[in-house]
Design a protein around this ligand. Structure first.
Ligand SMILES: *Cc1c(COP(=O)(O)O)cnc(C)c1O
Length: 451
């Protein structure tokens, strides 16, 4: 077969796949952080437009992708599926390795797949501005791009350390017309309180979420947008897995194992959820989420109700969690530093439909370098976790002397992550150990919910 399988623009999926009807049980309720009572659609109305709230709970298996969204998807979709022949040769494996590459989007990752429909539905609802938070900057730049496409204003609260360390992500957001504040900022009560307590506060994702939510709630014409975790975000990302299935079919193959990195779950869910439907229909395919061992939500966390954010303003959901105030070490894969996980991924993992594996950052960078030296593409540090997982599968196939078809998600490129590669190549990159003591302490602070 060819090195890459390309589909035409007409083959962009017409529908997103909703896994909710194929879940092994009913969806767990989402609770109000104040009352601890189940959340109603009205509770979400000040933050999200109605179609996104509906998608959050929909039991329709297929949800049509609006034509204006497909129109923008056309700028980079369908994304290529590659056969990693040179990597296979370097590993001397009988496995066939495929990867689905999302780094061809303008923002350089999978995140615009959800930013674009989120901006579209908000525009349709008469909203004029979206407020959001960003850590490493990948979500903020994706939302800035999407808002620009639909003529919406965009305000991004960017964690202060990232704002200082990743100036080019900030420039990208500004280039696409967004207003960017280093968080904590003087723009919100939450930010001013944090600055009053400590003018040198470096910021955190939890605090930036609090600022963005406060901004959205304080302005009638402004909504909030979240880049991962929520059901509607995973739904939008299923274009990735749907295309990959089509491309593998064209190549005459079907995977034995599918791997993707997992932070909040939208990248993993986007690639893997369409294969859950196949499992339900009796097909054998393993689905493996790859996470950092310093933030081991799926492999060391507990499946319990917890707050979505550090400030306890976000809803309480049932998910794998390390505790809402767990502060992961400052690894370079910034997009994987989240204490919780998508409720959909969590429910499927708890039911034994998925597997999870954790990898330390150095072996991931080593895998990323092997990949860059064989396949050419410089991977995002987040994506390197899936590459590590795929390489281990390929090595096992070699040891067992049998064929295996491996599909992994290359969620983005790493061309704005050169400081991380520089640290690795000059031997300054550390492996953080899994912080067992801190984890035990944060798990003791889970909300006590009895349902
Ligand atoms: C944000 C990001 C991730 C993690 O995404 P989740 O969907 O939250 O798991 C992975 N890879 C890249 C390139 C990212 O930007």
């Amino acid at each position: 077969m060819d090195t890459k399988v390309l589909l035409g623009e007409k083959q962009i999926p017409t529908h997103w796949y909703n896994v909710i009807p194929d879940l092994p049980g009913p969806l767990a309720p989402v609770l109000h952080p104040g009352t601890l009572k189940p959340l109603t659609p009205q509770d979400l109305a000040p933050l999200f437009p109605a179609p996104l709230v509906e998608q959050e709970m929909s039991t329709e298996r297929w949800i049509p992708i609006p034509e204006p969204v497909r129109e923008i998807y056309r700028l980079w979709r369908p994304t290529p599926l590659y056969r990693a022949r040179r990597l296979e040769q370097a590993l001397g494996t009988p496995a066939r390795i495929y990867y689905k590459y999302e780094g061809v989007s303008p923002a350089g990752s999978h995140k615009p797949n959800s930013a674009v429909p989120q901006a579209y539905y908000n525009k349709l609802a008469g909203i004029r501005r979206l407020a959001t938070e960003t850590g490493a900057g990948q979500w903020g730049s994706s939302l800035a791009l999407a808002c620009q496409m639909f003529g919406l204003a965009c305000t991004v609260y960017m964690v202060k350390v990232s704002y200082q360390q990743k100036p080019y992500r900030k420039s990208m957001m500004q280039l696409w017309g967004a207003q960017v504040f280093a968080s904590p900022s003087a723009e919100t009560e939450a930010g001013r309180a944090a600055l009053a307590a400590d003018p040198g506060n470096p910021g955190s994702l939890g605090l930036a979420i609090s600022e963005a939510v406060e901004d959205a709630l304080a302005h009638e014409d402004t909504h909030y947008a979240l880049g991962s975790v929520l059901n509607h975000v995973l739904l939008h990302q299923t274009v990735v897995g749907l295309e990959a299935k089509e491309q593998l079919r064209a190549a005459g193959d079907y995977p034995d194992v599918v791997l993707a990195c997992h932070g909040g779950g939208s990248n993993f869910g986007g690639l893997a959820l369409p294969f859950v439907a196949d499992r339900a229909a009796g097909r054998q395919v393993r689905l493996v989420a790859c996470e950092p061992s310093s933030c081991p939500t799926l492999t060391k966390g507990v499946y319990a109700f917890d707050y979505g954010d550090t400030a306890r303003m976000a809803p309480i959901v049932k998910m794998y969690t390390l505790g809402h105030d767990f502060m992961p070490p400052g690894i370079h894969a910034g997009g994987l530093r989240y204490h919780g996980a998508s409720p959909l991924v969590s429910q499927l993992l708890a039911a034994g439909q998925l597997e999870a594996r954790a990898f330390p950052q150095r072996p991931c960078f080593e895998a990323a370098v092997t990949f860059a030296r064989t396949e050419g593409i410089v991977p995002a540090p987040e994506s390197s976790h899936a590459i590590r997982g795929a390489i281990e599968e390929a090595e096992r196939a070699r040891e067992e002397g049998r064929e295996r078809v491996i599909l992994f998600g290359l969620s983005g490129h790493g061309q704005l992550d050169m400081a991380a590669y520089d640290a690795y190549l000059s031997g300054r990159l550390d492996d953080f150990h899994y912080p067992e003591e801190k984890l035990r302490a944060s798990l003791e602070r889970l909300p006590k919910i009895s349902l």
